[in-house]
Design a protein around this ligand. Structure first.
Ligand code: HEM
Length: 133
């Protein structure tokens, strides 16, 4: 169970990150550098558009933690599953590490505590996407 206090602090942190376009650029630079397999999945992707889509995707994860229905996330679970982009569930660990590195670089109020809160808040929503595999 995610406390509303954790949700609020993470929501505010995301707000600070979103004010910087650099946040989304950093995320994809870090994420694609983590693995050649990941990099090749985005070889033909319009990354400007992808950054915009990610902005929405993170918002859905945060809304889910606040009690919103999981329909958007279940849909992502379908597009990312073995018959879709075929994103193996273990790759979400890399995704989360890249995201937290991007938060660390872009949120001036980043701390170890806030990092843990982010992970707790995102976990249930990420599990919804993974479970579609
Ligand atoms: C919780 C984590 C993630 C979120 C919120 C997320 C979100 C999204 C969104 C919103 C889209 C665009 C809509 C769609 O095509 O369904 C998308 C596309 C995509 N995602 Fe993810 N994603 C996540 C994890 C991952 C991971 C771990 C990988 C690969 C390692 C990945 C690879 C892709 C690819 C290949 C596309 C399609 C790109 C294209 O159109 O060329 N995603 N993702």
């Amino acid at each position: 169970m995610v406390s509303s206090h954790d949700n609020d602090l993470v929501f505010q942190s995301y707000g600070r990150c979103c004010r910087r376009e650099q946040f989304f650029e950093d995320f994809y630079n870090i994420f694609l550098d983590k693995s050649d397999a990941v990099r090749s999945m985005f070889a033909n992707t319009n990354m400007g558009e992808q950054r915009r889509l990610l902005r929405a995707g993170i918002t859905w994860l945060l809304m889910f933690a606040r009690g919103a229905p999981g329909s958007k996330l279940r849909h992502l679970g379908e597009t990312h599953n073995r018959t879709g982009y075929d994103i193996h569930p273990t790759l979400y660990g890399l995704w989360l590490e890249a995201l937290m590195e991007a938060v660390q670089r872009n949120d001036p109020s980043y701390s170890q505590e806030l990092d843990l809160r982010w992970r707790n808040v995102l976990r249930p929503g990420i599990e919804v996407i993974q479970s579609g595999y």
